[in-house]
Write a protein of this length. Structure first.
Length: 175
């Protein structure tokens, strides 16, 4: 791993990375956290949405894939992410928690996981940052696999606790 390609990148790319990395970590925490609806969740959720908006907005200043006047299909994902951020906030404010959860889940999958996966394609900056050495791919795959396994274990444990009655609607399991 080397930060050199990122250091040499444009200010827009650097800003994009500085907003998306904490958004990825904070979003994962919020999705896995059992204390949904509490004041801390609401505050962190607003911070996450702000990071997602900043990340999406900054993508319009990145033109590495120039397919049409400096834009590419990834910019469509940015537009969808901006709309999704507004929708997730609005749904929560209106008390439509089911819609809020659905939107936030898809925002995370599309805006973080899928878009992040595209950054690992050959000749992209994050590919050069994360996969600069021959053994880096194995380390990265191992790390990502570990994260996925921990997330699945947390979700499984949470579902088992909910079925056993240890988690109630007040703890954030409301439909």
């Amino acid at each position: 791993m080397t930060l050199e390609p990122l250091i040499q990148a444009s200010a827009a790319v650097q800003f994009h990375v500085l907003t998306v990395v904490p958004a990825a970590v904070l979003g994962a925490y919020l999705l896995l956290s059992p204390k949904k609806g509490k004041p801390a969740h609401r505050l962190l959720g607003k911070i996450w949405l702000t990071l997602m908006v900043l990340t999406s907005f900054s993508s319009f200043f990145i033109h590495a894939l120039d397919l049409w006047n400096g834009f590419s299909p990834i910019h469509l994902l940015s537009i969808l992410t901006l709309a999704g951020c507004f929708g997730a906030y609005r749904a929560a404010r209106l008390g439509n928690i089911r819609l809020h959860r659905w939107i936030v889940g898809y925002l995370y999958i599309g805006g973080i996981v899928i878009a992040g996966g595209f950054t690992l394609m050959p000749h992209r900056i994050m590919n050069r940052v994360l996969l600069s050495e021959p053994g880096d791919a194995i380390v990265l795959v191992s790390l990502l696999s570990g994260i996925v396994l921990v997330a699945l274990a947390c979700l499984t444990l949470r579902k088992r606790k909910a079925r056993a009655g240890y988690i109630t609607k007040a703890d954030g399991m409301s439909q």
